[in-house]
Design a protein around this ligand. Structure first.
Ligand SMILES: [Zn+2]
Length: 285
């Protein structure tokens, strides 16, 4: 506990791969969340009706009915071994966590296909619930060096203080993004399958990753004259349209924003970004 914490610098969460733009407003939201910690501490009761149960933002649809309830369980030594077998590939670790730690979504037991069907944000929320079930609700940081004043900070972060984005309408699956010249893109939000497709691309060409997400998630472009182009190849979209759509997908994706967490250091009064990685969430493993 006396060792200074070395912050992991890898991107553990899928939204990084499709993050076309930064969201400075989320950093502010994170601070506010921490400041309002007391008030927020009353909220998880809404999110977690029972200890290992949670309500997803989107969930799954079966024969026209949406199921948003999910149940997770505490990870055991056997799970730890299975997860360790995933090596240090953060996507594989994430997938293993979901497959082992989630019991049910709706009336179905967790399986690979179901995991792929879930929105990225629901997957990340489930991982938070598995963390809570396994190691409790608080993240403890000891002797965290403040980058502004060098003081070592001890900090306890309740999981509820991590900024969280909600869907206005849980059952809305198509969204309209206004583009230039009266055009509109009709899009859907990326899920686990999309995330896997992006991560399976060779190399780390960000433009190609963006194209992959766009070609999967842009359903059609509606032109000013009312005609539509279905499934436009992402490479034919203008740069401004690509940027706008990617920003929309990132901002609208519900769930926890682990990378956007920050806190205000009491001593110097400055804002300290503290991205919460998978390694921080599951430090005990
Ligand atoms: Zn400071």
């Amino acid at each position: 506990m006396t060792e200074p914490i070395v912050l992991p610098d890898f991107d553990s969460f899928g939204d990084q791969a499709i993050k076309g733009l930064e969201n400075p407003e989320d950093a502010t939201a994170a601070t506010q969340a921490l400041l309002k910690e007391d008030r927020n501490s009353g909220e998880p009761a809404i999110r977690e009706p029972a200890e290992n149960s949670l309500t997803l933002e989107r969930g799954i649809c079966r024969e026209g009915v949406w199921y948003r309830d999910a149940e997770v369980r505490e990870l055991t030594g056997a799970d730890e071994e299975a997860i360790a077998a995933a090596g240090n590939n953060s996507y594989k670790i994430f997938e293993a966590l979901l497959l082992r730690g989630v019991r049910t979504v709706g009336n179905e037991f967790m399986n690979r296909q179901l995991a792929g069907e879930l929105l990225i944000g629901d997957r990340e929320y489930l991982v938070m619930a598995i963390r809570r079930a396994t190691f409790g609700d608080e993240l403890d940081f000891t002797e965290l060096p403040c980058p502004h004043c060098d003081e070592l900070v001890d900090l306890t972060v309740p999981l509820g203080a991590i900024p969280f984005t909600r869907l206005d309408d849980h059952e809305q699956t198509e969204f309209e993004v206004p583009l230039r010249r009266g055009e509109t893109a009709v899009v859907r939000l990326p899920n686990g399958e999309d995330q896997a497709a992006v991560l399976s691309l060779k190399g780390d060409n960000l433009a190609r990753q963006d194209s992959e997400i766009l070609s999967r998630c842009v359903l059609r472009i509606r032109h000013a004259d009312g005609t539509e182009t279905k499934r436009p190849p992402a490479t034919t979209l203008g740069m401004s349209a690509r940027k706008k759509i990617l920003a929309f997908l990132t901002e609208t994706q519900p769930g926890p924003r682990y990378n956007d967490f920050s806190f205000t250091h009491d001593t110097c009064g400055k804002e300290v970004p503290l991205p919460i990685s998978l390694a921080v969430l599951f430090r005990g493993m």
